[in-house]
Design a protein around this ligand. Structure first.
Ligand code: ADP
Ligand code: MG
Length: 205
């Protein structure tokens, strides 16, 4: 597909026809565990708001969470979720998010799988769409397994619909909390905590 570049992000020709492209509500997971985690998070939120044809509508509180998987003894993560309105098609939105990650110093070639990173931005949901391509799966395939995703997401989107599992986010969170184990209630007790509420971090900017 033809590509052109605007503001450093590659945009497919399909999303140029602004008048014809629907605005989609999408949810983004944010996480990071290197450097000043709050600054990285705020920086990424601002950068998402500067993506073409994209607006940040809501952001959850920030959660401190122990790393799941990856190398042992990596620092705790800070996690959050954001609701955006965008006219970017899913691949263009992902390209924009990956560019933001790189802009904040992320270097995938140097990092271990699930290893420490300054910022990770994942597309959780995009309207009610199911999207399956080699490099992009929506809803995010591990959304429902991860308490560190569900807790912040539930704060801003308890009624959002998971089009594959056929239920709402609040139900996925309840199931995850009752499941126990790594991502469940025991995992929660093992160190997931809310670090900054929405009002607290807003007062920092
Ligand atoms: P992870 O997010 O699983 O810790 P990475 O951030 O390194 O790992 O992502 C690896 C790849 O996952 C990305 O380059 C992207 O192509 C792919 N990917 C597939 N589905 C999604 C999605 N919904 N959101 C973000 N990335 C995705
Ligand atoms: Mg990612």
């Amino acid at each position: 597909m033809a590509k052109y570049t605007r503001g450093g992000y590659k945009i497919s020709i399909a999303s140029i026809y602004i008048g014809y492209v629907m605005v989609a509500t999408s949810y983004i997971a944010l996480g990071g565990n290197i450097g000043d985690r709050v600054v990285n998070m705020l920086w990424a939120i601002a950068a998402i708001g500067r993506l073409p044809e994209t607006e940040v509508l809501a952001v959850s509180g920030f959660y401190n969470t122990p790393a799941v998987g990856g190398p042992p003894d990596q620092p705790d993560y800070l996690n959050a979720a954001a609701r955006i309105a965008t006219r970017l098609a899913p691949p263009d939105l992902l390209a924009g998010l990956l560019a933001i990650e790189i802009g904040r110093g992320r270097n995938r070639r140097m990092e271990q799988r699930h290893g420490p990173r300054p910022i990770d931005l994942d597309i959780l949901l995009y309207a009610d769409q199911i999207y399956q391509q080699p490099h992009l799966t929506i809803p995010h395939p591990r959304l429902h397994e991860r308490l560190f995703v569900l807790l912040p997401l539930n704060e801003i989107a308890p009624d959002a619909w998971h089009p594959v599992l056929g239920c709402r986010i609040r139900e996925l969170l309840t199931r995850s909390l009752h499941r126990g184990g790594r991502g469940g209630r025991r995992g929660y007790k093992r160190g997931v905590s809310k670090m900054l509420g929405i009002q607290e971090w807003k007062s920092m900017i």
